[in-house]
Structure formats: structure tokens, C-alpha cells
Design a protein around this ligand. Structure first.
Ligand code: FPP
Length: 256
């Protein structure tokens, strides 16, 4: 049986950027890679790359919100990133504080809601306080949901979910037969969001690096050559155009 695919009408584009406004992914996830190389190329300390990376987050959040993307999940810090030098980790952990101090008014103005996935309790207190403040101030916003994956790892997320399911089954004396994808999804940190239709990784590296490994099963992957601090609104639009030119088949067949 043929799976019916949404017909793309190329004339249905918005004013100036040739995007099909009827085929904007609801959820875009980004692995923001290349900050260190960006700084190295300029003989600057790696932290300068992370600082510029934070500025790129502002640009991309603005653009995603303008385009009408509903969820933007950004891989800000993985469970494996703790192995970096302490000074770099401390610097990255302070960036949300800086980001929120400088960008919260615009997030509010743009109706953006801030959320996180990841092992939140493992973060420094000052980082938690800044993010909690942003979450509280934006909790009723209804536009773009900006999700920071921070102290996040896909395998750890899955293991946590599996343990919680086992515990619940045991205490309710239920059979594991009731476990299906829908139930499993409810135990993931992303349970409130649809799976990302599009996953972008910058800097030319072609790996998933433990990011949304369950949720990205059918995502379209785009490996963009730009280092994250050089990624901009036009690059995002180019990625969306590539996404729109792809046929998503979900294991089925496309119509001739
Ligand atoms: C990967 O580049 C980037 C990171 C591990 C950190 C990303 C963090 C930010 C952009 C800022 C986070 C800010 C907020 C507001 C949450 P890399 O250092 O691995 O680059 P390289 O591969 O070139 O060394």
C-alpha cells in the first residue's frame, strides 16, 4: 500500500524566501557544533566561540519564531560534555545566565516559551535559577517553544524511562505486554513535543552524538558545513528548503 504524502504546491511560497509555508517542520532540532573550531581559526580561546555561539542562538530563535516553527530544540550541553576542562564547562554553564539576562525581554515580546530537557538537577545553582526565571516568565507564551537540551543524553534518557516504566509495572502488578511506543514516549523527557521532523548538525560533522536518539528515528538529517557561530538566518532557510525538497516515506513507498 502507498503511504499518502502531502502534495507540495511549489507556488505556495511566502513572499521573499521561497519557503513553502504549508510545509514548515513543526519541530526542528539542532546540534550546534563548531564553536571551538570557529575560535581556533581566529586564534581565540574556545570560550569566545561559545560566546558567539550564544549570539547565534538569539538569531536562530528569532528566525524560527518568525518562520512559524513550533518547537526548536538546541543541544546546548551533553551528559558527555562534563569531561571538558573545568574552565570551559564553567563558562558554558554561565552562558544561559548571560543569554537570559540579555534576551529575556525579546523572548517575552516574541511570545517564546522556554523549556529544557536533560538532567536539570546536575546543573550549577546559578544556571538553574536563571533558567527557572525564564521558564516562569514565559510559561504562558503560546508561540515558539525553545527547548534547551542541557545536561542531556539520549541513552541516559532512555534508561531513566525504562527504569520508571519497570517500577510502575511492578507496583501495579502489570505485564510488560502493555509497553508500546506510545507508552514509552510518555516516559521520555520530550513527552510533550512531537518528534523532530528535521535535525540539523552544523560544522560538517555527521554524527548524532547521543541526541534525541529515539525521537530522531524518522527525522530528516541535514549536515550543514557552517561552524555554529557562522550559522545564520539564511542557512536556516536553506536547511528548510532542503527539507522541503525531500520525500518523507516513513518506511513506506512514495506515490509515483
Ligand atoms: C559544540 O561546539 C558546542 C557546545 C558543546 C556548547 C554549545 C553551547 C552554546 C552554543 C551556548 C549555550 C547557551 C545557552 C543559552 C544554553 P564544540 O565546542 O564541540 O566545537 P568544536 O567541535 O569545534 O570543538
Amino acid at each position: 500500500m502507498f503511504k499518502k504524502l502531502k502534495n507540495k504546491n511549489k507556488s505556495e511560497t511566502n513572499q521573499n524566501n521561497d519557503l513553502d509555508i504549508h510545509n514548515i517542520p513543526e519541530h526542528v532540532a539542532i546540534i550546534m557544533d563548531g564553536n571551538g573550531r570557529w575560535a581556533k581559526k581566529r586564534r581565540m580561546p574556545r570560550i569566545k566561540g561559545h560566546y558567539e555561539g550564544m549570539q547565534t542562538i538569539k538569531k536562530i530563535t528569532r528566525e524560527a519564531s518568525n518562520i512559524g516553527i513550533k518547537y526548536l530544540t538546541l543541544y546546548a550541553f551533553s551528559t558527555e560534555n562534563w569531561s571538558r576542562p573545568e574552565s570551559e564547562v564553567n563558562y558554558i554553564m554561565n552562558l544561559p545566565v548571560n543569554f537570559i539576562k540579555t534576551f529575556l525581554p525579546e523572548l517575552i515580546e516574541k511570545n517564546v516559551k522556554v523549556e529544557t530537557i536533560g538532567f536539570y538537577e546536575g546543573l550549577p545553582q546559578s544556571t538553574i535559577e536563571a533558567i527557572d526565571h525564564a521558564k516562569a516568565k514565559t510559561q504562558h507564551n503560546t508561540g515558539l517553544t525553545l527547548v534547551f537540551a542541557i545536561n542531556y543524553g539520549g541513552r541516559a534518557e532512555i534508561l531513566q524511562g525504562v527504569k520508571a516504566i519497570c517500577k510502575e509495572l511492578q507496583s501495579n502488578n502489570q505485564s510488560s505486554d502493555i509497553i508500546d511506543e506510545e507508552l514509552f514516549n510518555r516516559y521520555l523527557m520530550t513527552h510533550k513535543y512531537p518528534d523532530p521532523e528535521l535535525l540539523i548538525r552544523t560544522s560538517g560533522e555527521q554524527r548524532i552524538s547521543n541526541f534525541l536518539i529515539w525521537q530522531a528515528s524518522y527525522s530528516e538529517f541535514i549536515f550543514n558545513e557552517k561552524l555554529w557561530p557562522d550559522f545564520d538566518e539564511n542557512e536556516l532557510k536553506e536547511c528548510l528548503k532542503i527539507y522541503q525538497s525531500r520525500q518523507r516515506r516513513f518506511g513506506g513507498l512514495s506515490e509515483e
